[in-house]
Design a protein around this ligand. Structure first.
Ligand SMILES: Cc1cc2nc3c(=O)[nH]c(=O)nc-3n(C[C@H](O)[C@H](O)[C@H](O)COP(=O)(O)OP(=O)(O)OC[C@H]3O[C@@H](n4cnc5c(N)ncnc54)[C@H](O)[C@@H]3O)c2cc1C
Length: 431
């Protein structure tokens, strides 16, 4: 059977369609993008009585939010010492606390709104690709315990079989607080929840421009879309890696990086248990990393940055074989397992590899999750909604410097991305 070039998760759910009514003339808040950020904001805003329109260029949840690995992860991409050197201890303590709170935020929404998305607190496992990486785990765990009162468990190589059925790693680090879910069912559930609370959701409503306009003496935003235009008091840009020329002020901040996933046929129960005895969300210690997990129906889902470019038909096709080879190195037991699905998506990186929220040209935004967006995107969308409603701003990522990437890495000008990819491969080789 040929590999299906499509997102496995979309086989497990029907994505809700948007409203068929015309766009309202005016709303309190227009949200650009219907991923976890936009929809969690829409839910929180609608619950507080705001008139909200979510404007999505494609189908609801079409972007990274329905295509990801479904790993609901604690922590941030950068090492803690780097973060403390950059932002100071107090700020980083608040950032780390936000990363933990973001898992609770996902769990709370899933439970309260009864979203059937296989959410489970299965924990995550980071595996060391080199002895030096494993040697760093003890110090990292000690630092996280001291600074953030959060426990990580070190797993030496001799005990690694209890966590992963792979011979190639030097040890691991477990965080029991992280979780897993089915991302397409999650984002579909968020859309249905937002609708139920009164938000209007429009699919195939690509935003073409956002301009200031004064209306009855108040400064508002004229938002023009493929389905007509509306006037909004506030705009929230939740367009992630897919941010378009309609909002160039945000687009130039984003480095769009491709990430690709394969999914195997359903595995026998004993094989699945051997590969991942605790059913963790797993990723390795490289820059150019692999991430993988079992799906609820026991397929192995194996992802990585097989190509650095944002996804195209070509990069998706090439990734299938690159990732299959990677998977077999990790798990020789899967040599004969059929790969049934391959798909790709685009990650939103900021140049400083940090999440960022704030306002640009008066519009709110939340981006820069760097492959860690399921939890923090939900949390920041919810938080920004509260801020738009007038609550104090306690987001630790808000207002930190937000550097522009060099031109060759920016959305629309990504000619230097392969160089960056080669650089990170080099780092993986030497460090
Ligand atoms: C392959 C892959 C694997 C990943 N794995 C994980 C993982 O396991 N765990 C994790 O935490 N994170 C993971 N991520 C990252 C995570 O999926 C994202 O950080 C997160 O989903 C971003 O959510 P978002 O709502 O900000 O943006 P998105 O979900 O990307 O949504 C943005 C939406 O905005 C729309 N849009 C853009 N411009 C316009 C416009 N002008 N008008 C209207 N609509 C517009 C797009 O169509 C898109 O649907 C992964 C990402 C990918 C691609």
């Amino acid at each position: 059977m040929a590999i299906k070039e499509k997102n496995y998760w979309l086989e497990t759910v029907t994505i809700p369609v948007g409203d068929s009514s015309p766009l309202p003339e005016s709303v309190d808040v227009a949200i650009v993008g219907s991923g976890v950020t936009g929809l969690s904001a829409a839910i929180a805003l609608a619950k507080r009585g705001a008139r909200v329109a979510v404007l999505e260029a494609e189908t609801l949840g079409w972007g990274a939010s329905s295509r990801n690995g479904g790993m609901v992860l604690t922590g941030m991409k950068l090492p803690v010492p780097t973060l403390i050197a950059r932002y100071g201890r107090e700020k980083v303590q608040r950032m780390y606390a936000a990363s933990i709170a973001s898992i609770d935020c996902v769990e709370q929404i899933v439970r309260e709104e009864k979203i059937d998305c296989d959410f489970s607190r299965c924990g995550h496992l980071e595996v060391a690709c080199k002895q030096t990486h494993f040697d760093g785990y003890a110090e990292a765990a000690e630092l996280v315990a001291r600074e953030f009162n959060h426990n990580l468990r070190i797993v030496p190589k001799s005990e690694l079989r209890s966590e992963i059925g792979s011979p190639i790693y030097y040890g691991g680090l477990v965080d029991e607080v992280s979780a897993g879910l089915n991302p397409a069912r999650y984002v579909a559930g968020l859309a249905l929840t937002a609708k139920r609370h009164g938000a209007a959701l429009f699919d195939h409503a690509r935003v073409d421009s956002v301009q200031r306009e004064s209306s009855n003496g108040a400064q508002k935003f004229r938002v023009r879309t493929a389905k007509g235009s509306l006037l909004a008091r506030d705009v929230l840009l939740a367009s992630g890696a897919y941010t378009t020329k309609a909002t160039p002020v945000l687009r130039k901040k984003i480095i769009p990086i491709g990430s690709y996933i394969i999914a195997t046929e359903v595995l026998k129960e004993d094989l699945a248990r051997e590969l991942s005895p605790c059913n963790r969300m797993i990723y390795d210690s490289k820059h150019f990393l692999y991430y993988y997990r079992l799906t609820p129906d026991r397929s192995m889902l194996f992802g990585g940055r097989a190509a650095f470019f944002p996804e195209t038909e070509n990069t998706v096709r090439q990734s299938a074989e690159i990732l299959r080879r990677g998977m077999i190195i990790v798990y020789p037991q899967l040599r004969d397992a059929k790969v049934e699905f391959v798909w790709g998506g685009t990650l939103d990186f900021a140049f400083d590899v940090m999440p960022h929220t704030g306002r640009l040209d008066g519009m709110y935004y939340s981006v820069g999750y760097a492959g860690h967006g399921v939890a923090i995107g939900t949390y920041l969308g919810t938080k920004l909604a509260a801020i738009i409603c007038g609550d104090p701003n306690d987001i630790p990522f808000d207002g930190i410097p937000f550097p522009n990437p060099p031109i060759g890495l920016r959305s629309g000008h990504t000619w230097a991305l392969p160089l960056a990819g080669a650089y990170y491969k080099f780092l993986d080789w030497v460090s």
